[in-house]
Design a protein around this ligand. Structure first.
Ligand SMILES: Nc1ncnc2c1ncn2[C@@H]1O[C@H](COP(=O)(O)OP(=O)(O)OP(=O)(O)O)[C@@H](O)[C@H]1O
Ligand SMILES: [Mg+2]
Length: 250
């Protein structure tokens, strides 16, 4: 693992292991995610990327080891720490929208996080416009295409301005133009607003464009991490090299 300059941590994992239905999904995982920085996570299908994001989103308590959010020990504060979820925006790999219109979906997201009614309307209008979703505002969420659903789910998160954005393959269903627009929206967030982004992607170009730090996972383990450009150019581990050369399947 490459050495790093000490910075404020947003998430710290110490020897975290986790099982889901008897399956080992995260194994002996230790890492510090720096606050205000953008991180990309890459790895083959089934490597444990979504499982890791679910732990960071506080949807599941790690089976073993310790997870800290800033200096709060999540593992020992569970379940009292769950109010922290409101500070995290998690875009799931296959996002689900609430019943109702696109407008309702944005409203409910803001309401759940305690935004006063008079602020909600303005925020909803701003975010719909930013995502080019204004023409869809009155459409039933259930009638949207896959890509439109993904955009609305992302807009719903961006509306409440979370401290941390956890994004699981956010552009997997988007067309090239929408992907470009998404990347444009995301690109300047950490530096401008002190936010942390943790992005799972299979698009190495996207990882390079959007992240400062890169993590490579394989079979639930963190194989290698470091500055994105350096890791992509000069991976230290043989597994990372194979993956980047498209030679590693699982
Ligand atoms: N609820 C579950 N029960 C049993 N096994 C699970 C469960 N969820 C995930 N797994 C297994 O854990 C491993 C990691 O899954 P995960 O979804 O985290 O992978 P991933 O890296 O996100 O993959 P992908 O790139 O395909 O999205 C896989 O082998 C998967 O089959
Ligand atoms: Mg996944």
């Amino acid at each position: 693992m490459r050495s790093k300059i000490a910075m404020a941590a947003i998430f710290t994992l110490k020897q975290v292991s986790h099982q889901r239905q008897g399956q080992q999904v995260v194994e002996q995982f230790s890492h510090t995610f720096e606050a205000g920085c953008s991180h990309a996570i890459i790895g083959p299908n089934g490597a444990g990327k979504t499982s890791l994001l679910r732990l960071l989103a506080l949807l599941e308590k790690p089976g073993q080891g310790q997870l800290f959010f800033r200096d709060l020990d999540i593992t020992s504060l569970w379940p009292q720490c769950l109010a922290l979820r409101r500070r995290l925006g998690f875009l799931q790999q296959n996002p689900l929208l609430f019943q109702g219109t696109v407008w309702d979906n944005l409203a409910m997201g803001l309401k759940y996080r305690g935004f006063p009614r008079r602020q909600r309307r303005q925020r909803q209008e701003e975010v719909l416009a930013a995502f080019g979703l204004t023409p869809l505002a009155r459409r039933q969420a259930a009638s949207l295409s896959g890509g439109e659903t993904q955009k609305v789910a992302l807009a719903r998160i961006m509306a409440f301005n979370p401290e941390v954005l956890l994004l699981d393959e956010p552009t997997a269903n988007l067309d090239p133009y929408a992907t470009f627009e998404f990347e444009r929206l995301i690109a300047d967030i950490p530096q401008q607003q002190g936010k942390t982004i943790i992005l799972v992607t299979h698009d190495l170009g996207q990882a390079q464009r959007l992240s400062q730090r890169l993590l490579f996972l394989h079979r639930g383990r963190l194989v290698e991490s470091g500055p994105t450009g350096l890791l992509l150019r000069q991976p230290e581990d043989n597994l990372t090299r194979q993956f980047l050369n498209r030679g590693l399947m699982v």
